[in-house]
Design a protein around this ligand. Structure first.
Ligand SMILES: [Ca+2]
Length: 288
């Protein structure tokens, strides 16, 4: 009998403990689920809008712009690199079996000269350094140096990463590889000189792509977005950005991979050109 009472008391205590314990577990679960939902919402917002303030770094400023003019562009050009020299644009286009290096006239958009890459190569970033054109390829880790006028191949070089965007700050090449790092590369030896980690609002920004050095700032479009970041070469911080959403009208879109992927700068008249993969237009923009 005594034993039964003890058992009953123990049993009641255990039941109460279990009840309290179950309540605590339920509350903790709810808190965890709520925290998960908030974290997921923040991550989603961050993915949609890297400009959202998420860290201690000063929030990047959105720059207003206007389209000054637009020009025809070969809608078959899978644009990967765009650069201006004197009166022409130079383009590197991608896709296996379709990659080219070309010189394009403005305002007509006419292709003045074009050479094809071997079918196993996928053209990527392009920069002008003096009388040479430097072109990257995507996964082949192989770059080319051409005579700017004749497009004669002068030499090849290699690198350790994927090749994405390329520009020149007047002294060094700056290269992107799809990560949040940019690499400074010696334009003569093609040796990497230093890495620049790029952040926006305190966070690394992946998928840095086509580049252009404009008035002391590295402009980089972020692959598969309408964003162009304006990066301080000293700190790696994107202090400002442009959102080019809607610049290419929906009716001109192919629905394929027609994302923003070209930035060029004409320094004399301070003109900025942007375009994208398979875009039928090149847009000249002015930052307000
Ligand atoms: Ca460029």
């Amino acid at each position: 009998m005594v034993g039964k009472q003890v058992w009953q008391r123990k049993s009641v205590c255990t039941f109460k403990y279990r009840k309290r314990s179950t309540g605590f577990v339920r509350l903790a679960s709810i808190i965890l689920i709520m925290a998960g939902i908030v974290a997921w919402a923040l991550a989603l917002e961050g993915a949609k809008n890297p400009a959202a303030k998420t860290g201690e770094e000063t929030s990047a400023r959105r720059l207003d712009f206007e389209v000054v003019k637009d020009y025809p562009h070969d809608p078959g050009a899978f644009l990967q690199g765009l650069v201006w020299y004197e009166r022409c644009l130079y383009e590197s286009t991608g896709l296996y079996g379709q990659s080219t290096l070309r010189r394009v006239d403005l305002p007509t958009g006419r292709i003045l000269k074009s050479i094809s890459l071997s079918s196993e190569l996928f053209g990527e970033g392009l920069a002008v350094v003096g009388d040479r054109l430097i072109q990257l390829t995507w996964k082949s880790k192989l770059g080319f140096v051409y005579d700017r006028e004749s497009f004669a191949l002068l030499r090849r070089f290699t690198y350790d990463t994927e090749g994405w965007g390329l520009t020149c700050d007047g002294k060094m090449l700056i290269m992107s590889d799809g990560s949040s790092n940019l690499t400074y590369v010696d334009p003569v030896t093609f040796s990497p000189v230093r890495k620049l980690a790029v952040t926006m609002n305190g966070h690394p920004v992946d998928n840095l792509n086509e580049l252009e050095f404009i008035e002391g700032s590295i402009w980089s479009n972020v692959w598969q977005t309408n964003l162009i970041l304006c990066i301080d070469p000293g700190t790696g911080r994107a202090n400002s950005y442009l959102d080019l959403r809607g610049i290419l009208p929906d009716k001109m879109r192919t629905g394929r991979e027609d994302v923003l992927n070209g930035i060029a700068y004409e320094a004399r008249e301070k003109r900025i050109f942007v375009s994208g993969k398979l875009w039928p237009r090149i847009f000249e923009i002015r930052v307000k």
